[in-house]
Design a protein around this ligand. Structure first.
Ligand SMILES: Nc1ncnc2c1ncn2[C@@H]1O[C@H](COP(=O)(O)OP(=O)(O)OP(=O)(O)O)[C@@H](O)[C@H]1O
Ligand SMILES: O=P(O)(O)OC[C@H]1O[C@H](OP(=O)(O)OP(=O)(O)O)[C@H](O)[C@@H]1O
Length: 298
C-alpha cells in the first residue's frame, strides 16, 4: 500500500495513542477537520483542508515540530521542555487537558522525606534532562559534588523503580496521585506543572493555515469555559444586573412585550455561573436560563 501524498499540505502531528489521543480526536472533530484514518496508518489526509495529520508518540512530537518536519503539533509542556525544543517551536495555545505535575517521589516507608536528601542517590525517570537540571540545582544548593546524583532513564512504569531496588527516588508525572500511592510513594518536590499545548514550527511554510487552525481551536476552548446566560429583569434593576453579568464586551439587552422589563443575554464563565444565578434570582431576575456554547469566536 502506498503512502498518502502530503505535498503542499500542512503537517499536523497528533498523539497516536495514550491519554491525549481521544481528547485530540474530539478537538479535531470540533474544529471541523474531516479525515479518515485507515487501520494501522499513521498518516491521514484531511478532506476539507490542505492538511495531513500524522499520528506520532506524544513524546516525539515536540522534536518533530522543532526540527521543521512537522508544522503544527499537540503535546505536553513537559515534553516540550524535556526535548529542549522551546527555542524552535512556538507555543500557540494551552488546551486545557493533559494537566498534571512532574514530581520527585520517594518511598513512604523508609524513603527520603525531602528532595535535598535524595542528592547523591539514584533517580529513575522518563524525563532525564529535566530531572538532571533539577538535581544539578539541588547539588549546588546543598553544596554536594556536581553530578553525584545518578539519573537513569526508563521509558515507562517509572513508579516500579523504587520497589524493584533500582532507585532511591523517581521523577514522574502525577495527576490524581493514584499511581504514586499504589506504588507506596509520596511527592517531596514539584519540578513543573504541565498541560497539553498547541505548538508550531517557527519557520512553517503555512503561517496562514496555522493561524486558521489556532483560531478554530481557541474558539472551541473558549466555548468550553463559558455558558450563555439569559434572563428577564425589570429595567430599574438592569444597572445592578450588569455588574453581576458584565459579559465579555457588554450584555445584549432586548425589549420584552411587557412594560419596563427587558431580556438579557450574556456570556458567563462556567465555573462562576451558579453563584451568578443565585445573585440574579435574589435581585428579582426571572426565567434564568443557562445554555451551552459549542463553539465561538470572540
Ligand atoms: N496522568 C496524567 N494526567 C494528565 N496528563 C498526563 C498524564 N500522564 C501523562 N500526561 C500527559 O500526556 C503526555 C503523554 O503521556 P502518555 O503517557 O499518555 O503518552 P505515551 O507515553 O505516548 O502513551 P502510553 O503511556 O500509552 O505509551 C505526557 O507527556 C503529559 O503531558
Ligand atoms: O497520578 P495518576 O492519575 O495516577 O497519573 C500518573 C500516571 O500517569 C502516567 O502514566 P501512564 O498511565 O500514561 O503510563 P506509563 O507509566 O506507561 O507512562 C504517569 O507516568 C503516571 O504513572
Amino acid at each position: 500500500m502506498s503512502m498518502p501524498d502530503t505535498t503542499d499540505r500542512l503537517i499536523f502531528a497528533v498523539p497516536k495513542k495514550g491519554r491525549l489521543y481521544e481528547k485530540c480526536l474530539n478537538l479535531l472533530n470540533n474544529i471541523g477537520v474531516q479525515f479518515y484514518r485507515k487501520p494501522r496508518h499513521d498518516i491521514a489526509l484531511v478532506s476539507n483542508l490542505p492538511v495531513a495529520l500524522v499520528f506520532l508518540p506524544a513524546a516525539d512530537i515536540a522534536k518533530y515540530v522543532a526540527e521543521g518536519n512537522v508544522d503544527l503539533g499537540i503535546t505536553g509542556i513537559d515534553i516540550l521542555k524535556e526535548s529542549e525544543s522551546e527555542n524552535h517551536a512556538t507555543q500557540l495555545l494551552s488546551l486545557g487537558f493533559g494537566k498534571c505535575k512532574l514530581q520527585v517521589q520517594t518511598p513512604i516507608s523508609g524513603g527520603a522525606d525531602t528532595a535535598d536528601a535524595l542528592v547523591g542517590k539514584r533517580i529513575v525517570t522518563s524525563f532525564p534532562r529535566l530531572a538532571e537540571a533539577h538535581f544539578r540545582e539541588l547539588e549546588r544548593r546543598t553544596g554536594k559534588p556536581e553530578g553525584s546524583t545518578r539519573i537513569q532513564f526508563v521509558s515507562g512504569s517509572v513508579e516500579a523503580a523504587c520497589g524493584l531496588g533500582l532507585a532511591d527516588g523517581i521523577v514522574d508525572l502525577v495527576e490524581s496521585g493514584e499511581t504514586m500511592q499504589a506504588a507506596g510513594l509520596r511527592a517531596v518536590d514539584t519540578i513543573l506543572s504541565t498541560e497539553s499545548v498547541l505548538i508550531a514550527n517557527k519557520k512553517t511554510r503555512y503561517p496562514e493555515l496555522v493561524e486558521k487552525l489556532r483560531a478554530r481551536i481557541e474558539g472551541v476552548i473558549t466555548a468550553q469555559s463559558y455558558v450563555l446566560c439569559q434572563y428577564n429583569i425589570h429595567r430599574n434593576s438592569l444597572l445592578k444586573a450588569k455588574t453581576i453579568t458584565p459579559g465579555r464586551l457588554a450584555p445584549s439587552v432586548t425589549m420584552l412585550e411587557k412594560p419596563d422589563w427587558v431580556g438579557v443575554s450574556v456570556m458567563v464563565v462556567k465555573s462562576e455561573v451558579a453563584d451568578k444565578m443565585d445573585e440574579l434570582k435574589a435581585m428579582g431576575a426571572t426565567d434564568i436560563l443557562i445554555l451551552d456554547i459549542s463553539n465561538c469566536r470572540v
